[in-house]
Design a binder for this molecule. Structure first.
Ligand code: SIN
Length: 537
């Protein structure tokens, strides 16, 4: 069994610090909630790398919200529900589509410069959106612009203290509430922070898979810590694979934004033939899960490791101006997207599941909140609609801050200690263990899954459990323990869900089965795995 804490400790021996609000992570969710919380509280923001490093920083396509008179929240809601394949929580989606536009205005007030055309916000289209409603910045560098603007505000704010390069090891709980966290500084010193509210903003877990668009830091830390603390996590079997990541010798799986297809790019197999029509009438603009599976099928059919993305029919100046980052990156590998077809393949991109929250970002543990990719608010269902993630972070970030007003002060706590007599060192290299886990997940828990394969994955992952008995000290060891926790949650959930829905595709159960599986899968450390109803509209 996964232990309650990853390390042995006695807080009586540790330095203690206090904060009104503790925020873990510095993507859009962490930066935005820090700024909002700091309006009337002291905030401590802890991030395991530099303030500007996060998954958000690499977001290209943009942020979805209704800002045009030709569009409506009802249409945005409908598109989100359709993409979510029956598992969205309608009230969460309603909050997203109605409160998203105000969140955009707030981002603009905070200094985010979205692209404009003739003075109006420039809007693009992405897969499964019925309208042009995606805002973007510097063409395809939306995430970078958002974290630039917000991190400047955070760094200058007198009520926000930022700790960079610090690893949160575990959440501290007592009497059923979260009282703060155990933290490791870069020099290895451990201390603990108590806070009236702790907000997990630590992003997703793309590093579960060998091929991912996510940076190295996306190791599912927040989900794993919350699970160890006893919080409910939900929908972990739903991992989104982005259809179009660069697949070229020597190049990383660099994201080629969905907006490229939104602006007319076509998919072609290695023989140069378009193929999406055979899979979905929406063709290249079908929801991501459908496009990703179609690509994998076409790769197998043609015995190739990639397909092509072709935008060569568009005027070169327009392509360069609209997608400067993608253009430059492809060119650095000798690919000119204005004249060459770009080789691409699907790659792990986004975790739909996470720490289960209510409509105010509250987890099942008092004083513990979750915001952004780490959370499962119910907005994304079984398949996230493109560009809804940044909007979700600001909408639910604001809701969390409203909720903080009703939290009573934290009562005094007894001195916690935890011991499992961990003395052993890990027998093998943690780098190799991480690669082994990533290979297992790619092979058995990727775009297509099968019961036998998922069982084989569980067996492999169980073999890596000695990490939980080792005396972990380095950031890499803690991250591996977190990845392993998430891998077990994904695989357990995927094995239980005997149907195909959204991003979860079972070759042995290829149909969606609403009669049995119109449900969430919920997992808790002590209660195990259970099913939970979806709320109807
Ligand atoms: C993209 O630009 O395709 C990524 C946007 C997203 O994941 O929503």
């Amino acid at each position: 069994m996964i232990p309650r804490y990853l390390v042995d400790f006695d807080v009586a021996e540790l330095t203690k610090l206090e904060a009104d609000v503790l925020i873990i992570g510095s993507g859009i969710a962490g930066l935005y909630t820090a700024i909002k919380a700091a309006e009337d509280r002291n905030v401590l923001l802890i991030t395991k790398k530099a303030l500007m490093e996060s998954n958000t920083r690499y977001a290209q396509g943009g942020i979805a919200a209704v800002t045009s008179d030709e569009d409506t929240p009802a249409s945005h809601m409908q598109d989100t529900l359709i993409a979510g394949a029956g598992l969205c929580e309608p009230e969460a989606v309603r909050a997203l589509v109605h409160e998203g536009p105000e969140g955009i205005q707030e981002l603009i007030r905070l200094g985010t410069a979205f692209d404009r055309e003739d003075g109006e916000l420039a809007l693009t289209r992405e897969g499964a959106h019925s309208h042009r409603r995606i805002l973007h910045a510097n063409g395809d560098a939306t995430g970078y612009e958002v974290v630039r603007a917000l991190s400047e505000q955070v760094a200058a704010h007198p009520a926000i203290e930022v700790w960079e390069e610090c690893m949160v090891i575990d959440l501290l709980t007592e009497h059923g509430e979260c009282i703060g966290a155990l933290v490791q500084r870069p020099d290895g010193e451990r201390l603990y922070v108590t806070a009236n509210a702790t907000i997990l903003c630590s992003g997703g877990s793309g590093q579960l898979f060998r091929y991912t668009t996510n940076p190295d830091i996306a190791t599912g830390d927040g989900i794993a810590m919350a699970y160890r603390a006893g919080a409910a996590v939900r929908d972990m079997e739903f991992v989104q694979f982005h259809p179009t990541a660069l697949c070229y010798p020597g190049a990383p799986r660099f994201l080629i934004s969905e907006a490229v297809r939104g602006e007319g790019a076509m998919l072609r197999n290695i023989h140069g033939e378009r193929f999406m029509e055979q899979y979905d009438s929406r063709q290249e603009l079908a929801p991501r899960d459908i496009v990703a599976r179609a690509i994998v099928h076409e790769m197998e059919r043609t015995q190739a490791t990639f397909v092509y993305l072709d935008i060569t029919h568009e005027p070169p100046e327009r392509v360069k101006q609209r997608f400067p980052t993608i253009y430059r990156t492809c060119l650095s590998f000798g690919l000119d997207m204005t004249t060459d077809w770009i080789p691409i393949a699907p790659a792990a991109h986004y975790m739909m599941g996470g720490v289960q929250t209510n409509l105010y970002g509250e987890s099942s543990i008092a004083r513990l909140f979750a915001c952004g990719e780490v959370s499962s608010t119910g907005v994304h269902g079984a398949n996230r609609l493109a560009s809804n993630s940044l909007s979700e972070a600001i909408v639910f970030g604001s809701r969390i801050i409203d909720r903080l007003h009703s939290l009573p002060p934290l009562a005094g706590h007894t001195l916690l200690a935890y011991g499992d007599n961990r003395a052993e060192l890990l027998a093998s290299s943690v780098v190799e263990e991480r690669h082994r886990l990533q290979e297992t997940m790619v092979r058995y828990a990727g775009v297509r899954r099968h019961g036998e394969g998922l069982q084989a994955a569980l067996d492999e992952l169980q073999g890596q459990m000695p990490i939980f008995k080792a005396a972990v000290t380095s950031r890499e060891e803690i991250e591996f323990a977190n990845l392993l926790t998430c891998a077990l949650l994904v695989t357990d959930g995927a094995l239980l869900r005997e149907e195909s829905r959204g991003a979860h595709y079972r070759e042995d159960f290829p149909k969606t089965d609403d009669s049995v599986w119109h449900k969430h899968v919920q997992q808790r450390r002590e209660q195990g795995i259970t099913e939970e109803c979806v709320h109807d509209i």
